[in-house]
Design a protein around this ligand. Structure first.
Ligand code: ZN
Length: 411
């Protein structure tokens, strides 16, 4: 455990949220936030309209590197994984708070990311997840600048890569394992989406597999009797679909993608599926994982038995394409308490919850971490119909500012 973590836990910050609210500089920052709504919306649109498909976040990352520099952050750099980092330096390096949001979207290359306005709504894929979070980073830096706030510690603003899907948290993993910040972070806050009530302090564990079944293939008529990977995959799916996942502890599974075969009259040579397994309990997650592995084995055995006459056998390949650890930042940690206080100060009734986000990695390493919404209202995340409405966004930005200053301290 890095020394800085012990440090922040041992030292009560001198300013409570109530004290911060009485500070004239905070009032200035709040005024700036209230009067900058159209500026924040313009920023969000600019960010959203730079495509950032999985593993192709570079262009949006370049924009952030330029933006961080323009906004006066120091030591702006892009690390070898693609995370963009810049510092708002205070009197000292510690405590070092990371404020982050993820650059990547779930949408493939070529997706139309042009923002359409429908009434007060901004419609575009990725507008809220995580356009809203990324825009909040910029808004927060602008508010700190506008009120000329001097910190006791420091804040590292980080736009991460690879949060979604097969990115498997590669950005934040790198940040905490090899990056320049590794071992130095006192607390980590990720903006993800908009919902202001949720403070995610528990990491939802997940495992993801790609299952590929292979056979010799052949003609549907001439070679009938040969093992069929699609048929076998169907056996796996049928078994999985009947799995009785417990409601408590909440456990879920999803076969989210299947693929295979060439044509209606061709016995396929391969069939593939991607499976997502989640549970708040490591035990249930392992149980579910065992079930999947057994279902694959069983399907291969059954298909080979039914088509034994052909002599050909199916091969199964299982690749783990995602593995997110679970864990939690204690309720009574300084970070969670400060987030709760800052929320209540803004009239928000906070709800502590669990999800799978960039915070999974620091949480699993014992670094206090939470994920919060950036404010505003949104729906249809991960769908082309995603939309965002900036109504109430200022509350999210002010809450985030209070949280950041409560953690980093002001002088
Ligand atoms: Zn997200």
């Amino acid at each position: 455990m890095p020394a800085s973590i012990i440090n922040i836990a041992d030292h009560r910050r001198p300013e409570t949220i109530a004290e911060l609210l009485r500070d004239a500089r905070i009032a200035r920052a709040f005024d700036f936030i209230d009067s900058s709504q159209s500026r924040f919306t313009a920023e969000l649109i600019r960010i959203c309209e730079i495509p950032a498909p999985p593993f192709k976040e570079r262009e949006r990352g370049n924009y952030f590197a330029a933006r961080f520099t323009e906004l006066g952050l120091s030591e702006v750099h892009t690390d070898s994984e693609g995370n963009v980092i810049g510092f708002y330096r205070g009197e000292s390096e510690e405590p070092l708070l990371v404020m982050s949001a993820h650059l990547d979207t779930v949408f493939p290359e070529g997706t139309d990311v042009k923002v359409r306005r429908v009434g007060s709504r901004l419609c575009a894929p990725g507008i809220a997840d995580d356009g809203a979070g990324l825009a909040a980073l910029v808004g927060l830096i602008q508010a700190l600048n506008a009120a000329e706030i001097r910190l006791r510690g420091s804040i590292a603003f980080v736009a991460t890569v690879g949060e979604e899907g097969e990115g498997d948290l590669r950005g934040v993993r790198h940040l905490f394992s090899e990056g320049r910040l590794a071992g130095r972070v006192s607390a980590f806050v990720s903006f993800d989406g908009t919902t202001i009530e949720f403070i995610t302090h528990q990491a939802l564990g997940s495992r993801r597999y790609r299952v590929t079944l292979k056979g010799p293939g052949g003609h549907s008529w001439g070679d009938f009797g040969v093992v069929n990977p699609v048929h076998a995959l169907g056996r796996v799916i049928a078994r999985m679909a009947d799995y009785r996942a417990p409601l408590e502890p909440r456990t879920t599974y999803n076969i989210g993608r299947i693929e295979g075969g060439e044509s209606v009259n061709v016995i396929p040579q391969s069939a593939t599926m991607d499976v997502d397994l989640r549970s708040v309990s490591e035990l249930e997650l392992s149980r579910l994982e065992e079930f999947l592995l057994a279902a694959v084995d069983r399907a291969v055995v059954d298909e080979n038995a039914v088509r034994a006459a052909s002599g050909a056998k199916l091969q199964a390949e299982l690749t783990m394409i995602g593995n997110r650890p679970s864990g939690e930042t204690p309720r009574d940690s300084l970070l969670v308490r400060t987030a709760l206080e800052a929320s209540r100060a803004m009239g928000v009734t906070p709800i502590l919850n669990r999800a799978s986000t960039d915070s999974n990695i620091p949480i699993s390493l014992g670094v206090p971490a939470i994920t919060i919404g950036a404010g505003g209202v949104s729906s249809d995340s991960h769908r082309l119909s995603e939309w965002y409405d900036p109504v109430g966004r200022e509350i999210g930005y002010k809450r985030a500012l209070l949280l950041a200053l409560g953690m980093a301290g002001i002088v």
